[in-house]
Design a protein around this ligand. Structure first.
Ligand code: UTP
Length: 223
């Protein structure tokens, strides 16, 4: 079984680097890797936003803001690699092709190119390795019709079709460090290859285990 995780930057670096969470995710991935090949694509979180904010003050291009964001994701990926009990460490993979070929027990990478986020990278990686499951770990419990942090009446979705997800995402914008639940590249990729996708809160490891085991869980299924 192959599982690709998109580990949101909001998990590893919400306001500052969350060593407690990274340690817990490491333990969890080591356990899962005993029975599945796993791939983790790490997001940029506050690290990315902080650097991009300063770069924008210098009026740099959006393209270059994306490049800065990519470095931030790789830095966070380095933290996850550091926390694993590996017999050798390695720098995060920089391309989907290299990550796909890797024999590492747990394959870790960050971003690759401008104009998409690490969700897009993770979905394309899932497509290329023909993953059985794509799991997006984020800081909310479900996909909602609007931001549940801002709107009390936000409606949660337990199940969505690929097209419904794309419709919801089409209403949100794409710029460097945009904070959407999944990016459009990811949504279109999972649609064209029919990749079973789960979107759930990355903090609840018990729930995450149930989701991976095909049991009832709290989160959104896209299929
Ligand atoms: P992410 O958007 O993937 O991290 O990358 P995040 O903000 O932590 O998002 P969540 O929590 O995972 O949803 C940060 C920024 O880096 C650039 C984009 O500008 C992105 O917003 N980036 C990242 C790229 O341009 N290409 C990539 O492949 C990855």
């Amino acid at each position: 079984m192959k599982i690709v995780f998109s580990l949101g930057g909001s998990m590893v670096c919400p306001d500052d680097i969350d060593s407690d969470y990274i340690g817990k995710f490491s333990k969890f991935s080591e356990e899962i890797s005993k029975r599945a090949k796993i791939y983790v694509v790490v997001g940029g979180g506050k690290t990315a936003r902080k650097y991009v904010e300063v770069a924008r003050k210098f009026n740099t291009s959006e393209f270059f803001c994306d490049i800065i964001g990519i470095y931030a994701t790789r830095l966070n990926a380095c933290m996850l690699i550091s926390s694993l009990n590996l017999d050798h460490s390695y720098p995060p993979f920089e391309s989907i092709e290299d990550a796909s070929k890797s024999n590492e027990k747990i394959v870790i990478m960050g971003g690759t190119h401008p104009m998409h986020t690490t969700d897009g990278v993770a979905a394309m990686l899932a497509e290329n390795v023909r993953a059985d499951l794509f799991v997006n770990l984020t800081n909310v419990d479900y996909v909602y019709d609007k931001d549940p942090g801002k709107y009390k009446d936000a409606k949660k979705y337990e199940k969505l079709s690929y097209d419904d997800l794309i419709k919801i995402l089409n209403n949100s914008e794409m710029d460097a460090s945009a904070n959407n639940i999944l990016d459009l590249v990811a949504a279109k990729t999972i649609k064209r290859s029919n990749i079973r996708t789960l979107i759930l809160n990355g903090k609840d490891f018990k729930n995450l285990k149930s989701a991976i085991n095909g049991e009832k869980f709290k989160g959104t299924i896209i299929e």
